[in-house]
Design a protein around this ligand. Structure first.
Ligand code: NDP
Length: 264
């Protein structure tokens, strides 16, 4: 499938726009070693935030992200935190707040998909997917809430597969991503009185290792979008950056699709 043509990189886009919107802020992006999380980390850093990225196995790739941010004059930190390890998740949030002296933005991005016929999904798959896609964001939000102050942001990455169109084979993944809607809306209510927002961004087909634009079902997925193409990780990052910045001040409990008009 084709990928929607790029306009400018996150860094050049942000560079041309005067004072950096996230200067002085600190963010944690889970699963920031590659794919969408990497793009979000680079974009938030380009917008001026100090950025911590977590990873499970991609130490070298996370190190590259840190290097790239530091070379551009920013502050970054990579920390191993397997989403299935509750203590590691909590420690990564506390570690980021400690390292940067504050925490303003949590991006729950790390996620996995196990696809296949419903009857064949094993208990191990259920645990792995729910722990990574639901339990970890829940725990990270809990840990972050201790550090977030007025203007704080919790942004989670859901999926169009839980909101717009159900795919055969997607029961477990869709179930896990649908849980983030409940988490987001309720967090918006519980943390709203403290001036903290919670939002969900639901991507459509985005060209990453998880869902390559040259993969088996790519043409079908692209065909379901109004634009007839895959999006880029930087497309999701742009919306996360908007929510993280002043533009997100009055947006809470929302689910924002970045899906090229998936099943529109
Ligand atoms: P990738 O597989 O390309 O990247 C996944 C990232 O999550 C990596 O940084 C990986 O770290 C991290 N990760 C995975 N499992 C764990 C774990 N147990 N603990 C810590 N980190 C982990 O995926 P995408 O970038 O495509 O996806 C990012 C998010 O966007 C996911 O939540 C996904 O569900 C969602 N999404 C993606 C879409 C797409 O079309 N690509 C569409 C809709 C939603 P490591 O490098 O260490 O393995």
């Amino acid at each position: 499938a084709t990928v929607l043509a790029a306009t400018a990189t996150a860094v050049t886009e942000a560079a041309g726009h005067g004072p950096r919107p996230l200067a002085g802020k600190a963010a944690l992006v889970t699963g920031g070693s590659r794919g969408i999380g990497r793009a979000i980390a680079l974009r938030l850093a380009a917008d001026g935030a100090a950025v911590a990225v977590t990873f499970r196995s991609g130490q070298d790739q996370a190190g590259q992200v840190v290097k790239e941010i530091e070379q551009a004059g920013g502050r970054a930190w990579a920390v191993r935190a397997d989403s299935c390890d509750a203590e590691a998740v909590r420690a990564s949030v506390a570690g980021a707040a400690d390292r940067f002296g504050r925490l303003d933005i949590l991006v729950n991005n790390a996620g996995i998909g196990v696809l296949g016929p419903f009857e064949g999904i094993s208990l191990d798959d259920v645990d792995r997917v729910l722990w990574t896609n639901v339990r970890a964001p829940f725990l990270a939000a809990q840990a972050a809430a201790a550090h977030l102050t007025e203007g704080g942001r919790i942004i989670s990455i859901g999926s169009c597969m839980a909101e717009r169109v159900a795919f055969p084979g997607g029961t477990l993944y869709a179930t896990s991503k649908a849980a983030l809607t409940g988490l987001t809306k309720t967090l918006a209510r519980e943390l709203g009185p403290r001036g903290i927002t919670a939002n969900l961004v639901t991507p459509g087909p985005i060209d990453t290792e998880m869902n390559p634009a040259d993969g088996e079902s790519a043409a079908t997925q692209a065909g379901l979008t109004a634009l007839g193409a895959y999006g880029r990780a930087s497309d999701v990052a742009a919306t996360v950056a908007h929510l993280a910045g002043d533009g997100g001040r009055y947006i809470s409990g929302a689910s924002i699709a970045v899906d090229g008009g998936f099943a529109a």
